[in-house]
Structure formats: structure tokens, C-alpha cells
Design a protein around this ligand. Structure first.
Ligand code: TXE
Length: 496
């Protein structure tokens, strides 16, 4: 029996016995079989989370106690990091070394929120009255649906689970149906650490089957979601019925601007990493290169040379530098994105198709691709491919670079390269994106907020704000010397 749902503190098979195969994107092997929740399992999980929250079993813990729990979970993840990385690598097809980096980041995320939670959260407000004590206190927001994607499965879930636990929320985790194994492992460690039953629940299955109740049930107070724009819209629509709080991270189309006065060797090398790391399946991938006209040929020639050298391979290929796309459907999506770009006038310089290497015959490998002569009006410049596809545009002035960099409905991240620090700072400030890297691209830390402007989402994860998403703010006004308000006249009143 496959019992990988975790509901009200118990590991369960799906109520109808349904199971779901997880396939390796590298060779289509079945790497795991997991339970696929039924609608009644989803309702049970929501019920368990709501009941545990309303019982006060976890909300009555102090911030310090919950932080200690989260610190303990961090230690357990670290203890099991190798086996978790193996699972993550098997599900996503990414190299084991990348999965190891991801798990280390998961541990750092739990430690960050444990440290943040242990700080003082309440504050006094000076209302200018001696007889009044005014306090701002923070309370757990309620029951949360935490829905994750497949590109960084455990990391994206960790950005939600760790603050939810510190805050004292109860929740239902739903990882992507394509990559469920690491979330199952995490749930086991949350249980082992001593989390009260019903606080943490795990539902597995496709969003189209199990998602609806998670985003619309009136007992859910918050939906935190990382995934595609279309699903984000569906969630906003469903959440509107009961005005749920929303935290959305919906990807980006991230401008990467190179001025002629930049350190070009570093800029080019970082451009290759920004666009082709994890085959572009990164919400902050720097796939939109915007380069000063005078250095366009030099930069593009070198990027094309480097793209042609990237070695693709699966989890066990020690020489591999990047892995497969997640699924056949995604490979087809990236292929049609490139074909449409060419039809619109983009100039394909390299790649553009799936790999024909016999070693990749059963996997979803797409060649690193560079599309030159792109314009802001093109679909390929405006839409996220989520594949290893770089588009190239040119600019001649600083104002033009800013205008092109902001010509997008997304606003997650961007980069600017220049040897002129004042210019770089001006551009960094003018770009309407949630993270800007200057003379760098890609690094982040759990201590710094992460999230998007415009249609890249709502709210922020990580940093201090990432905990705030899971807290309600209450103002308590206490009059220590009660007296009449005296607002309305009261002629009959003789004093009491
Ligand atoms: O994402 P989905 P998909 C982008 C990227 C990619 C595109 C589509 O451009 O090509 O999105 O990817 C769950 N109710 N990003 O289709 O569907 C689903 O089961 C509730 C950017 O794989 O958004 C999974 O757990 N849940 C991104 C999660 O949503 C639903 C990372 C994400 O899947 C649901 C991934 C529903 N109705 C893709 N429908 C990023 N921001 O980093 C689906 N889900």
C-alpha cells in the first residue's frame, strides 16, 4: 500500500486507493509511486488543519517555542540532506550537486525563520495619553494552503512552511504532482520534530484535481502559491469569494542589461549562467539580454560560443552542466515558443530544438538557444519560456536601456552591468523589479525579501516580510483609567 498523504498526524493512502507514478525527466523511468488524493482526502486535510488551528494546540505556543521547533526541523533536514537531495534530483532530473545546493538552501531558510521568530514581535505605540497602553501584537493568520512548483520543489515549499510554522499557522502543503518526493520527506521530519497533529498536512495530486478546494474552501484563510501566471489568475479568482489573503510568486521575464563600460568577461559569463542554469527553469532566469549596441556583436558571439559548449546530462552524469526540462509537455511548449519567435522575425543563432544526442533520446533535453534581433513587441520577449532560451535586444542610451528593461508585465528580477557605479545605481533604482543585481546575477539570501512587482506576484517571501505574510496584526488599546467618552450629551445623567 502506498501511504504518502499526511493528514491529521497520520500517514494515509488515498481514500480511493489511487496512486500516481513519478517519472524521471532524464529517461522516463518511474522513480516513485505516490498516493493521489481524492476530493474527500483534501477536505479531510482542510478539516484537520482548521480543527488544529481553532483548538489553539499550536497557536498557544510562544514564538520562541515555535522557533525552536523550526530550528530542530532544520537540523533534521541537514541530517537527511543526502537522501533528500537524491529524491529531488530523481524527480527533477537536475544534477545531484544542484539538488545538494538546494537542500543546503532549505536548511538556511529554516534557520533564518527560526532566528527571526525568536526576536521580539510586539511593539508599543505612543498615543500621547498617560492613561492608555497601546500595543501592536502579531498573531498567526490561520489556515494556509501552500502550493509549490516543480523547478525548486523543496526550496519553494520551505519558503512557505518555515514561516508558517514560526507564525503558528496550520497548513496543507501541495507540491507539484511532478516532484512530490522531497515534500514527503520534509513532512516526515516535521512529524519527527514534534509538531502537534493536524498542524502540517500533505496532499498530493494534480492541481486540476485536488487544487480547487485548496484555493476556494472558506476554511482556508491564506493561499501561498509559486507557479505559473495562469494558475495564479485562477487562484486569485477562487480566493476572491472569501477574500483570502494571497501570496503569489508567478515568475518573470528578467532583463539583463550590459553597458559597454562593464567588465565584459564577467558580464558574459554571468549571462550564460543566468540564462542556462537549470535549463532556464528558474523564475529569475536572466533570459532577456539587453546589450549596448557598440558591444552587441562581441557579446553575442561569445555567448553563442559558450552556449554551444554546455554539456547536458542527467542526475548521474558527473560531467553534465545542465539537465533536462521537466516534462514532454514543457519541451513541446518551449519548442513552440522558439518556433513562434522565429516566425516573428527573431534570428536563431544556436539551439532551437531538443537534443539529438542518443544519450538524451528518452529525456526532455532542449539545447541552449540564443535568439538575436529581438524586439519588445515580440511574444518571445514578453512571455516566459521557462526554458534555456535567451532573447537579445540592443539599446543606445541609458534611458533606452531602462525603458526596454521595464517593458514587461512581469517584475521579478533584473541585472545591470556597468563600470560606472553611479549609472548602475540609477538604472537599478529605475527598474521596476523586486530584485536587482548590479555587476552580478542570481544570488539571493533568506535574510533578504524575494518577490515581484506587477504581474510577477503579490507579497514577499523570505526576509522579515516573508514571516509577516503568515501573521495578522492586532492593535490592543487599553485604557487604564476608564472614563465616559462624553461624545453625546446626556442631560439626564447625574454622574455615577
Ligand atoms: O505551473 P502550474 P506549470 C511558470 C513557467 C511554466 C508555467 C507553467 O512559465 O512554463 O508556469 O508551469 C498547482 N489549483 N512557472 O503548468 O500549473 C500545480 O499542481 C491549485 C513559474 O507546471 O502553475 C503545481 O503544484 N493548484 C514558476 C503548482 O500549481 C494548482 C515555477 C504549479 O503549477 C492548480 C513553475 C489549481 N487550479 C512554473 N493548477 C515560478 N514562479 O518559479 C495547478 N496547480
Amino acid at each position: 500500500m502506498v501511504a504518502t498523504l499526511f493528514i491529521d498526524g497520520v500517514w494515509k493512502a488515498a481514500s480511493d486507493g489511487a496512486v500516481h507514478d513519478v517519472f524521471s525527466p532524464h529517461d522516463q523511468r518511474v522513480v516513485a509511486q505516490v498516493s493521489q488524493a481524492s476530493q474527500s482526502d483534501v477536505l479531510d486535510a482542510i478539516d484537520a488543519a482548521r480543527t488544529s488551528f481553532d483548538s489553539g494546540a499550536f497557536t498557544s505556543w510562544s514564538f520562541k517555542e515555535r522557533s525552536a521547533l523550526v530550528a530542530k526541523i532544520a537540523d533534521l533536514i541537514e541530517r537527511d540532506s543526502e537522501s533528500i537531495a537524491q529524491k529531488e534530483s530523481a524527480d527533477t532530473g537536475k544534477r545531484i550537486v544542484e539538488a545538494q545546493y538546494d537542500v543546503a538552501d532549505v536548511v538556511a531558510t529554516f534557520r533564518h525563520f527560526a532566528a527571526l521568530g525568536a526576536k521580539e514581535h510586539d511593539r508599543r505605540v505612543d498615543v500621547g495619553l498617560e492613561n492608555v497602553t497601546s500595543r501592536i501584537v502579531h498573531e498567526p493568520l490561520g489556515v494556509a494552503s501552500l502550493i509549490g512548483p516543480w523547478n525548486y520543489p523543496l526550496l519553494q515549499i520551505a519558503w512557505k512552511v518555515a514561516p508558517a510554522l514560526v507564525a503558528g499557522c496550520s497548513f496543507i502543503v501541495k507540491p507539484s504532482e511532478l516532484t512530490p518526493q522531497s515534500a514527503i520527506a520534509l513532512m516526515g521530519l516535521i512529524e519527527e520534530a514534534g509538531t502537534p497533529k493536524g498542524v502540517a498536512n500533505l496532499i498530493l495530486g494534480p492541481g486540476s484535481v485536488v487544487g480547487n478546494s485548496l484555493i476556494s474552501d472558506p476554511r482556508i484563510d491564506l493561499v501561498s502559491f509559486t507557479g505559473g501566471l495562469t494558475t495564479g489568475r485562477t487562484i486569485m479568482h477562487a480566493a476572491a469569494q472569501t477574500i483570502k489573503k494571497l501570496a503569489l510568486e508567478l515568475g518573470g521575464k528578467n532583463p539583463h542589461i550590459i553597458f559597454a563600460d562593464a567588465n565584459l568577461d564577467a558580464a558574459i559569463d554571468n549571462s550564460v549562467t543566468a540564462a542556462f542554469l537549470h535549463s532556464g527553469q528558474v523564475c529569475s532566469a536572466g533570459t532577456r539580454l539587453i546589450v549596448e549596441k557598440s558591444i552587441h556583436g562581441q557579446v553575442v558571439d561569445e555567448i553563442v560560443r559558450r552556449a554551444g559548449q554546455i554539456k547536458l546530462g542527467g542526475p548521474d552524469d558527473l560531467l553534465a552542466e545542465s539537465g533536462p526540462l521537466i516534462s514532454q509537455a514543457h519541451l513541446e511548449g518551449v519548442t513552440s515558443y522558439v518556433n513562434k519567435a522565429i516566425a516573428e522575425g527573431a534570428n536563431l543563432l544556436i539551439g532551437g530544438t531538443r537534443s539529438t544526442d542518443p544519450a538524451h533520446a528518452n529525456g526532455w533535453y532542449f539545447l541552449p538557444t540564443v535568439l538575436d534581433d529581438c524586439l519588445g513587441s515580440m511574444h518571445c520577449v514578453q512571455e516566459e519560456s521557462f526554458g534555456p532560451v535567451m532573447t537579445v535586444e540592443v539599446f543606445e542610451t541609458e534611458a533606452q536601456a531602462i525603458s526596454i528593461g521595464n517593458d514587461t508585465n512581469f517584475g521579478l528580477s533584473g541585472g545591470v552591468w556597468s563600470g560606472d557605479s553611479a549609472k548602475a545605481e540609477r538604472v537599478a533604482k529605475a527598474l521596476r523589479h523586486g530584485t536587482i543585481w548590479v555587476n552580478d546575477f542570481g544570488p539571493y539570501r533568506p535574510q533578504a525579501e524575494w518577490g515581484g512587482y506587477k504581474q510577477s506576484g503579490i507579497g514577499r517571501e523570505l526576509g522579515e516580510h516573508g514571516l509577516g505574510e503568515y501573521l495578522e496584526i492586532k492593535h490592543i488599546w487599553t485604557n487604564n483609567v476608564p472614563s465616559r467618552s462624553g461624545w453625546f450629551s446626556d442631560p439626564g445623567h447625574g454622574g455615577a
